[in-house]
Design a protein around this ligand. Structure first.
Ligand SMILES: [Zn+2]
Length: 142
């Protein structure tokens, strides 16, 4: 899966029509992806988020956490094996919500349609959408 997204893509680069490279990095250089594999994993996540965005009427989709390099992950208190580390082939995650749509409805949509990891973050205002190859349909509460 190659859509041209690489670690050196500008933050304005559109991974999918409505999701930019910078959104996975919260527009911080310290959170820029370092490998092509990470970009490819992010692309899979973005394609599903784009699908969810369309399903709920095309309202703005907000990523609240994407890639967390180890130092960032430690600083924010992320789990030591967090999918946000993108530290292996096909490991990655994004936390997001859709403005003007119940995050519980978005969470249910992900629960029903995403075959990998979903963290039930709705009580905290986001859905965790993740991938970890070989571990389909992982679900957890916070
Ligand atoms: Zn997360």
């Amino acid at each position: 899966m190659s859509n041209g997204f690489t670690p050196t893509s500008p933050f304005g680069y559109r991974v999918t029509p409505h999701i930019t490279a910078g959104e996975f990095a919260l527009n911080q250089e310290a959170r820029r992806f370092q490998t092509l594999a990470q970009c490819q994993t992010a692309t899979r996540l973005a394609e599903f988020m784009e699908q969810a965005r369309t399903h709920f009427g095309g309202k703005p989709l907000i990523i609240t956490s994407g890639y967390r390099p180890p130092a960032v992950n430690r600083r924010v208190g992320g789990a030591s094996n967090s999918e946000h580390l993108y530290n292996g082939a096909d490991i990655g995650a994004a936390d997001f919500y859709i403005r003007g749509v119940s995050v519980y409805m978005v969470q249910d949509y992900c629960d029903q349609h995403w075959p990998y990891s979903v963290g039930y973050g709705a009580p905290r205002g986001f859905v965790h959408l993740g991938i970890r190859t070989g571990r389909p349909r992982v679900r957890w509460d916070y």
